[in-house]
Design a protein around this ligand. Structure first.
Ligand SMILES: [Zn+2]
Length: 244
C-alpha cells in the first residue's frame, strides 16, 4: 500500500484516452485482451482457464495446471509483470522459467503464455475478484483460485479469497476453487494435499518458496519432485533473480 500513500493527497479520475500503446520489453508475450480472445477463437477453445502467478513454477503449480486442462480446452498462464515486493522473482526470471517449463513439459496446443502488465496489490480476496475480472476480459471462462490467493504473510484467512466469490455470482467467469495445502508425497508418489493424502510428514517433500529460494542462492537444485531441473537451470542462470 505504501505506493498509494506516496502519491500524495489527491488522485484524479475521469474519462480515459490511450496515449501510449507501448507493449514494453516483453512485447511478444504482451497481447492485448482483444488479441488473446482472437487466439483462443482460432484455436477453437470454448473454455479457457487462467492461471494467475507472480512466481516461478514448481511441481505443485504444474500439477494443478495440468489437472485443470482435463476440465477446460485451454490454459492461459498469465504471470503478473510489473512492480512487486522485494524478494519476489524478477519479471524476466518468471517469464523465462515458464518458457522452459512449457517447452519441455506442456502440449503446446493446449497452453498459451501471455503477461498481465500490472502490479501486485497483495489485497487477498478483493484482488482475487480483480484478477478474475481481468482474466474475463482476456477471454477466459475460468480462473484458478487457490489458498491465500494474492495474500501476504498471514494477513488474510487461508480460504477468504475462495469464499468471497460466493458474494459475486455475476462475474461471468467461473472460479475453480482449489482447496488444500500441497506437497509431494513419497508414498503416494505424486503431488498430494491434506485433502487427498493419508501419510505422515516424514513422507512429504514441501513446495516451500523459502527452500527453493535458498537453493537458488546456494546453487543447490531442489529435488526434481519439487522443481523441474530445466526450470531451476534457467533461474540459476540469472545473476540476480530477485527484486531488490
Ligand atoms: Zn501420501
Amino acid at each position: 500500500m505504501a505506493g498509494y500513500y506516496e502519491r500524495g493527497d489527491f488522485l484524479v479520475g475521469g474519462p480515459l484516452s490511450l496515449l501510449d500503446n507501448d507493449r514494453g520489453p516483453y512485447a511478444a508475450w504482451n497481447l492485448f485482451p482483444a488479441e488473446t480472445r482472437q487466439v483462443f477463437a482460432e484455436r477453437g477453445w470454448d473454455t479457457v482457464v487462467a492461471f494467475q502467478t507472480r512466481n516461478v513454477p514448481h511441481a505443485g503449480h504444474e500439477d494443478l495446471q495440468k489437472t485443470v486442462l482435463g476440465l477446460c480446452d485451454g490454459l492461459l498462464i498469465h504471470p503478473i509483470i510489473g512492480k512487486k515486493k522485494a524478494g519476489d522473482f524478477r519479471d524476466e526470471v518468471i517469464l523465462e522459467a515458464y518458457k522452459a517449463l512449457i517447452q519441455g513439459y506442456f502440449n503446446p496446443d493446449r497452453v498459451f503464455l501471455n503477461i498481465l502488465p500490472t502490479e501486485m496489490r497483495y489485497a487477498g480476496p478483493k484482488e482475487a475478484i480483480l484478477h478474475a475480472i481481468m482474466r474475463k476480459n482476456y477471454g477466459c471462462t475460468h480462473i484458478i483460485i487457490g489458498r491465500d490467493h494474492a495474500g501476504v504473510g498471514k494477513f488474510y484467512g487461508e480460504e477468504e479469497a475462495i469464499e468471497i466469490f460466493e458474494r459475486f455470482p455475476d462475474l461471468e467467469i467461473q472460479p475453480i476453487m482449489i482447496r488444500g495445502d500441497f506437497w509431494y508425497c513419497k508414498k503416494c508418489a505424486r503431488v498430494a494435499s491434506d485433502r487427498t493424502c493419508p501419510h505422515g510428514e516424514e513422507d512429504q517433500i514441501p513446495f516451500s518458496g523459502t527452500l527453493i529460494r535458498q537453493g537458488i542462492l546456494d546453487g543447490q537444485a531442489p529435488p526434481a519432485e519439487v522443481m523441474r531441473p530445466e526450470v531451476f537451470e534457467v533461474i540459476r542462470s540469472f545473476a540476480q533473480p530477485f527484486v531488490e
